[in-house]
Write a protein that binds this ligand. Structure first.
Ligand code: HEC
Ligand code: HEC
Length: 230
C-alpha cells in the first residue's frame, strides 16, 4: 500500500500546498463534509468519524468508529493525516486509499483544499490548547444552535469599534487581555459567560449584556480573523 501512497505524495510535494489559508472560507467548504462528519465540542460519529484533532492522527484510528479495512491498513502502513496527506486525500480520496468507503469524489480546486485544511486545523490539537487556555471551568457550555450562528464579519468589525478602546486590535496585551485570533466558539462562549454573569468582571458583564446573539457571533467572526497575540 505504501508503494502506492509514496509517488502520489511526491507529486503533491512538488505542487506544494500553499500557506496563509483562510479557515473562514474553509468553513464554507466544510458544508460538503458535514453530512457525513461532525467536528467541534461533543462531535459525534456519523457515517464518517469525527474530525477533531485530525492533524497528527494515524489514519483509521478514531476509537469506536468502524473503518474499512483499506483505511485501517493505510494507517498501519504509516499514513498519518498532515496538511500534505490531506491535500492528496481530499483531491481524490481513492487515489490515496484505493478501497476507502468514503464516497466523495474530491475537491478539485487547490484553494478549496487549502482553506478546508486550515479550517480542520482550527480543531486540531494546537488550537485545542488555545481554546483550553482561554476557557475557564465555570464557563457554561453553549447549545449547538447558538454556536452554529454564522457571524457577519463586517458587522463585527463595525461593532468592534467599542472594544478596541480597551482591547488592542494589534493583539497587544496592555493590562487588558488580548482577544484576537481566538476560535469563534471560544470567543462566543466567553462572551456568553459574561452576559449570563458566570464571569464576574462588571465592565465586561455590561459590555456583553448589551449585545444580542447575532452581535456576539459577528464580533467572534471578526476577532477570529485578526492575528493572535502570541
Ligand atoms: C458521503 C459521506 C462522506 C463525505 C461527504 C465525506 N466523508 Fe470523509 N469519510 C467518510 C467515511 C465513511 C470515512 C471512513 C472511510 C474508511 O473507513 O475507509 C471517512 C473518512 C475520512 C477521513 C479519514 C479519517 C480517519 O480517522 O482516518 C478524513 C480525513 C475525511 N473523511 C475527511 C473528509 C472531509 C474533509 C470531507 C469533506 C470534503 C469528507 N471527508 C467528506 C464519509 C464521508
Ligand atoms: C472599558 C474597557 C473594556 C471594553 C470597552 C471592552 N472590554 Fe473586554 N475586557 C476588559 C477587561 C478589563 C477584561 C478582563 C476581565 C476579566 O478579568 O474577567 C476583559 C475581558 C474580555 C474577554 C475575555 C478575555 C480573557 O482572556 O478571558 C473578552 C472575550 C472580551 N473582553 C471581549 C470584549 C469585546 C468583544 C468588547 C467589545 C464589544 C469588549 N471586550 C469591550 C475591558 C473591556
Amino acid at each position: 500500500m505504501l508503494g502506492l501512497i509514496a509517488p502520489v505524495l511526491l507529486l503533491a510535494g512538488l505542487a506544494g500546498p500553499v500557506a496563509a489559508d483562510s479557515p473562514e472560507l474553509g468553513e464554507n467548504i466544510w458544508k460538503k463534509c458535514r453530512a457525513c462528519h461532525d467536528i467541534g465540542p461533543d462531535a459525534i460519529r456519523k457515517v464518517g468519524p469525527p474530525l477533531n484533532d485530525l492533524l497528527g492522527r494515524v489514519a483509521g484510528t478514531f476509537p469506536d468508529y468502524i473503518y474499512s479495512k483499506a483505511m485501517i491498513d493505510a494507517g498501519e502502513e504509516g499514513l498519518v493525516w498532515t496538511p500534505e496527506t490531506l491535500d492528496v486525500f481530499l483531491e481524490r480520496p481513492k487515489n490515496l486509499v484505493q478501497s476507502t468507503k468514503m464516497s466523495f469524489a474530491g475537491l478539485r480546486k487547490q484553494a478549496d483544499r487549502d482553506n478546508l485544511i486550515a479550517f480542520l486545523a482550527v480543531y486540531s490539537s494546537d488550537d485545542q490548547t488555545v481554546r483550553d487556555k482561554h476557557l475557564r471551568s465555570a464557563d457554561p457550555q453553549l447549545p449547538a444552535e447558538v454556536l452554529a450562528i454564522e457571524g457577519d464579519r463586517d458587522y463585527g468589525e463595525y461593532l468592534a469599534g467599542t472594544c478596541v478602546g480597551c482591547h488592542q486590535q494589534s493583539g497587544e496585551d496592555k493590562g487588558i487581555p488580548s482577544i484576537t485570533g481566538w476560535p469563534s466558539e471560544t470567543f462566543m462562549t466567553v462572551m456568553f459567560s459574561y452576559r449570563s454573569k458566570f464571569r464576574e468582571n462588571p465592565v465586561m458583564q455590561q459590555v456583553a449584556g448589551s449585545l444580542n446573539n447575532e452581535e456576539i457571533a459577528a464580533l467572534a467572526a471578526f476577532f477570529q480573523e485578526l492575528e493572535a497575540a502570541d
